[in-house]
Design a protein around this ligand. Structure first.
Ligand SMILES: NC(=O)c1ccc[n+]([C@@H]2O[C@H](COP(=O)([O-])OP(=O)(O)OC[C@H]3O[C@@H](n4cnc5c(N)ncnc54)[C@H](OP(=O)(O)O)[C@@H]3O)[C@@H](O)[C@H]2O)c1
Length: 249
């Protein structure tokens, strides 16, 4: 795995699922990791315990990424614990399968505030640090922005906005040595997909059939890719959207 020795990383939404896998990989690669969560303190504590049991450094910090004051507190806590934050993984996200006719205003606000506003607020907070010489931001989008599955218009629209934000932010922040990329995971087995009834569903079977590598993803599939993008091995990559979906497109 690419080295992230000496780096300070915040992984948002790391109490479970893809974020937990990413946090563990970054710690294994040498970063001190802030495991952010919104409500699942126990899950975050388990992730921290897994990391520290293997000799890594991690601490859990509660914050709602869609709340500006929470985001300031998150960065203050991270900096106090480990110094300037030079890796940010915007993984916190929400989404549901819902037909166009049934999308509610509440769902719109929930998905756009966490997925898009959350990404904007944390990116601003990282860039507001005037004592970083370089940094890497990795936004967690979805392969749905390429495959465009039915009943996912709201979710895919919110993540497509994240893709666009990634490219524009990479242009604004590039001159400061801050790289901004996105990964686009394929459907993966997590608490989130289980809660929405995806795991074991006909929808999942169809996605597996359309996936060249022939399976659903797991939280372990993304950490090494994120560790690579966070590291100097990816020093010439910015503004890129990387599909990591077993070939589903
Ligand atoms: N699983 C998939 O198939 C899949 C595919 C493509 C992309 N993705 C994307 O990958 C990311 C993780 O998905 P997942 O399936 O691992 O999700 P998950 O199992 O539902 O976990 C979501 C995580 O995000 C946190 N979170 C949600 N809203 C938050 C907020 N406002 N502030 C801070 N944390 C918040 C949750 O915190 P608490 O539980 O502590 O409240 C939890 O740690 C999401 O961005 C999702 O859109 C997932």
């Amino acid at each position: 795995m690419s080295s992230n020795n000496g780096r300070t990383a915040i992984v948002t939404g790391a109490s479970k699922g893809l974020g937990a896998g990413i946090a563990k990989s970054l710690a294994e690669a040498g970063a001190a990791v802030v495991v952010n969560y919104r409500s699942d303190a126990e899950g975050a504590a388990r992730v921290v315990a897994d990391i520290t049991a293997k000799g890594g450094r991690a601490t859990a910090v509660q914050a709602d990424v869609a709340d500006g004051e929470d985001v300031h507190r998150l960065f203050d806590r991270a900096r106090a614990a480990y110094g300037p934050v030079d890796v940010l993984v915007n993984n916190a996200g929400v989404g549901t399968f819902v037909p166009l006719s049934d999308i509610t205003e509440a769902q719109f606000h929930s998905e756009t505030t966490t997925n898009l506003l959350g990404t904007i607020l944390t990116t601003q907070a990282l860039a507001a640090q005037d004592d970083i010489e370089a940094a890497s931001i990795i936004n967690v989008s979805t392969s749905g922005t390429v495959s465009h599955p039915p009943d996912a218009s709201l979710y895919v629209a919110s993540k497509s906005a994240v893709n666009a934000f990634t490219i524009v932010a990479s242009k604004e922040l590039g001159p400061r040595g801050i790289r901004v990329n996105a990964i686009m995971p394929g459907p993966s087995d997590t608490d989130g997909t289980r809660a929405m009834g995806y795991s074991g569903s006909e929808r999942e079977a169809q996605a597996i059939a359309a996936t060249p590598l022939g399976r659903t993803g797991t939280p372990d599939d993304y950490g090494p890719l994120v560790a690579f993008l966070a590291s100097d091995d990816a020093c010439w990559i910015t503004g890129d959207l990387i599909l990591a979906s077993g070939g589903l497109r």
